[in-house]
Design a binder for this molecule. Structure first.
Ligand code: ATP
Length: 200
């Protein structure tokens, strides 16, 4: 099985690339979805978050107040690191289990979307890493259209490696600046390249 890691800056189009890969027959898992699962009521990680950060980051029904916690961790680096140390190991455990299941099911191509792939040193888990990139102004325009404000975008961008560095560290770059047809063609080329590499 070929396992691709998909990374990139916020709003560059990782989720979109995931959808295109699914259309191309690739099994895809998005760690942003897992990140939401691990803080659902009853999860051990949620208990840890409660013990570490306290009730003020929780709603009255016991669910996590995500905007409140995001407000803290994107202002306070230590708090962000503490939160990441609770969530990241659990998130990784789950996507590795998913990849293992695909391997058992004889899946040929799989992809895992990991926004903080290099930051969490996950690169060795993949046969190749794809960085999704576009112009900075395009990325910001798309995020604003999604309802983000400039200060949120800035705070989240600062908490990651610069996009240029992610591009530099990756095996492939998908330039997601134009129509999705063009993005899809680039993905097809990467898949062809990887299938001849893997002999499948
Ligand atoms: P985040 O970091 O917030 O999870 P992301 O990297 O997953 O974002 P997407 O959600 O896939 O990025 O894309 C951001 C926005 O840009 C979405 O509204 C998406 O529909 C749009 N978008 C992505 N690629 C293109 C494209 N090639 N042309 C036009 N719009 C696009």
């Amino acid at each position: 099985m070929v396992v691709l890691g998909i990374t990139g800056g916020i709003g560059t189009g990782k989720t979109t690339i995931g959808e295109l890969l699914k259309e191309l027959g690739v099994k895809v898992i998005d760690t942003d979805c897992i990140a939401r699962e691990v803080v659902k009521p009853g999860e051990k990680a949620l208990e840890e978050v409660y013990k570490t950060f306290g009730s003020k980051y929780f709603n009255s029904d016991g669910t996590l107040n995500r905007p409140a916690l995001a407000g803290l961790v994107f202002k306070d680096e230590n708090a962000r690191k503490m939160l990441e140390s609770i969530l990241h190991p659990e998130i990784r455990k789950r996507w590795l289990a998913c990849v293992q299941q695909w391997e058992n099911d004889c899946v040929k191509f799989a992809a895992v979307i990991v926004p903080l792939l290099f930051e969490t040193e996950a690169q060795n888990q993949f046969n190749a890493v794809i960085c999704v990139a576009c112009l900075e102004e395009t990325r910001i325009k798309r995020l604003i259209a999604k309802g983000w404000d400039k200060s949120q975008i800035e705070a989240r961008t600062k908490a990651q490696l610069p996009l240029s560095e992610k591009m530099n560290l990756s095996d492939f770059v998908i330039w997601n600046e134009f129509d999705l047809d063009i993005t899809k063609l680039q993905l097809i080329r990467v898949l062809r390249n990887m299938s001849s590499y893997a002999g499948i």
